[in-house]
Design a binder for this molecule. Structure first.
Ligand code: NAP
Length: 496
């Protein structure tokens, strides 16, 4: 990256779906001089990084895609991960985004330059680039978490984190351990189990699993989607409605409609009962926290995998790992040659924000969030940080499909940047008042959710930050998020 003092219109950090959506919106708003920086060597974000066996989207694909760029070619209702990566490439080409992208550069810090009214972004290699606006689109689940288990460094066999899968490593006949039973493990375990000689799954917290109504999309339906996009819109609408009931009604609006939560929990319990006849195994696989406290998942083959003779579920906590095995609290030791870490991602410690962001008067965004409460007006802007659109912010995640968040944020950007241009302003900054009013409103709404009213204490859920507050999800309907994105009070911002 050349050292330049040119001020670009905007710098976007992250070339995943969030960053590409932001770029498309900036172009629609009349800003074309964009720089998109990504630490990886290609675009696609999570769908570039994750390629573990069994990876598939677990939101129906017609819903998990941009509404303005429907893809009639999804092979299944829940498309395999590789199709998502291909779709990301298609979007980058169609919207001519590649020319803005710079790969293999991790951003170290971004500092507001008061004198030039712009942001200066510095990468790990010391290069700098300047932009009038910056947009952080670094994802929520992008910093892989390595477990801090005593002795893990002494393990002499193969270690693989699911976010860095090694396809050259042959699993055939291996004695493997999988640590973790989140959504990733639920997809991975059934896919690899049959290749292995022995598989021990270490579960700390059981996950709620509901049936997955997956099927191959018939050719006739794909032709119909291509010829008549409205038909795919209807499928999208249905998928979104189901997700809305599950997540928003069943989880966020628990006080008003507890029945939706009960329905979700009962569906998962019936699914487990139907697939696991052994009561001891069933008890081990039953979550001990309320449905919705952490992200539930969908699978038809996860539970049956545990009925195979060579697959073992270990719920005794791990105390240490040595050169060739894992030892649990009861002293039981399992010999392994392959250690698979399905241990997820670190959100709150390392991802809010994903690099140092210094705003006006030297204010650090990370410190502001940690010393005060995690907050962002409409989940996108923060007082003291002019011209910053922080796309992965507290209260920004709306609904279950990430594309709901992306598109409501695009709408907010469109309205805000339209006003910036109308006023011929150089800067925008959300007011303290608007920000604190929004925070108060979200805090009150979280009080109606399962997070406040359910039993979430043992869930170990990333929906909660390090202070025990559920500040990740926007606790409103997705319709409300869209409505506010298109109608927020323009005077909630100062323009200069
Ligand atoms: P995760 O949900 O955070 O699960 C990590 C698992 O590792 C948990 O079971 C956790 O146990 C366990 N773990 C972590 N550290 C541990 C330790 N030191 N000892 C023992 N166990 C440990 O991560 P994930 O499964 O990668 O999924 C993350 C998110 O990615 C999902 O919620 C979902 O949003 C998304 N995802 C989406 C898709 C899709 O759409 N295709 C697929 C996969 C994932 P605790 O629960 O006790 O902490």
């Amino acid at each position: 990256m050349p050292k330049a003092h040119k001020i670009h219109d905007a710098i976007i950090i992250g070339a995943g779906f969030g960053g590409m959506g932001a770029a498309i919106q900036l172009r629609r708003s009349g800003y074309d001089d964009l720089v998109i920086i990504d630490r990886e060597n290609d675009l696609g974000g999570t769908w570039h990084v994750n390629h573990y066996p069994g990876l598939a989207v677990d939101i129906p694909s017609s819903t998990y895609s941009y509404s303005f760029e429907p893809n009639p070619d999804w092979s299944r209702l829940f498309a395999p991960g590789a199709e998502l990566k291909k779709y990301a490439e298609h979007v980058a080409d169609k919207y001519d985004l590649r020319r803005h992208m710079r790969f293999g550069e991790a951003v170290k810090r971004a500092v507001w330059q008061e004198s030039d009214q712009c942001w200066e972004v510095t990468t790990q290699s010391g290069q700098t680039v300047r932009g009038a606006f910056i947009l952080t689109a670094t994802g929520f689940l992008s910093q892989p978490k390595l477990p801090d288990i005593p002795g893990i460094d002494t393990f002499a066999g193969k270690v693989i984190h699911t976010a860095d899968w090694d396809h050259d490593y042959d699993l055939a006949g291996k004695r493997a351990a999988v640590i973790g039973t989140g959504a990733t493990a639920v997809q991975l375990i059934p896919t690899i189990a049959d290749q292995l000689a022995e598989l021990t799954v270490y579960q700390r917290t059981a996950i709620w699993v509901s049936p997955k109504a997956d099927f191959a999309v018939p050719g006739a339906a794909r032709s119909l989607f291509a010829k008549l996009p409205l038909s795919q819109r209807l499928v999208r609408f249905t998928g979104s409605a189901v997700l809305e009931v599950m997540m928003v009604a069943g989880v966020l609006h628990y006080r008003k409609v507890p029945a939706a939560n009960l329905m979700g929990a009962n569906l998962c319990r019936a699914h487990l009962k139907n697939q696991i006849k052994d009561p001891t195994l069933r008890r081990k696989l039953t979550p001990n926290y309320s449905f919705g406290c952490k992200r539930p998942t969908f699978s038809n083959d996860y539970y049956p995998t545990f009925t195979k003779d060579h697959v073992h579920l270990e719920t005794d906590p791990i105390t240490r790992i040595d050169e060739t095995g894992i030892v649990t609290e009861s002293g039981h030791r399992t010999e392994i040659d392959t250690l698979i870490l399905a241990t997820g991602f670190d959100l709150w410690e390392t991802n809010f924000p994903a690099f140092e962001v210094i705003g006006k008067q030297g204010r650090s965004l990370g410190e502001f969030w940690r010393n005060n409460r995690f907050q962002a007006y409409e989940g996108i802007t923060v007082p003291g940080f002019p011209n910053l659109l922080s796309l992965n912010s507290p209260y920004s995640y709306s609904g279950l499909s990430y594309f709901t968040t992306i598109e409501s944020q695009m709408k907010h950007m469109g309205r805000l940047l339209g006003e910036v241009r109308r006023r011929k302003a150089k800067t925008f900054e959300v007011t303290d008042q608007a920000n604190s009013d929004f925070l108060d409103r979200m805090t009150a709404k979280v009080g109606d959710s399962i997070f406040a009213l359910g039993d979430c204490s043992s869930a170990n859920s990333y929906y909660f930050n390090q202070h025990g507050e559920a500040t990740l999800l926007r606790p409103t309907t997705t319709l409300n998020a869209f409505r506010e994105a298109g109608s927020f009070d323009l005077d909630d911002y100062r323009y200069a």
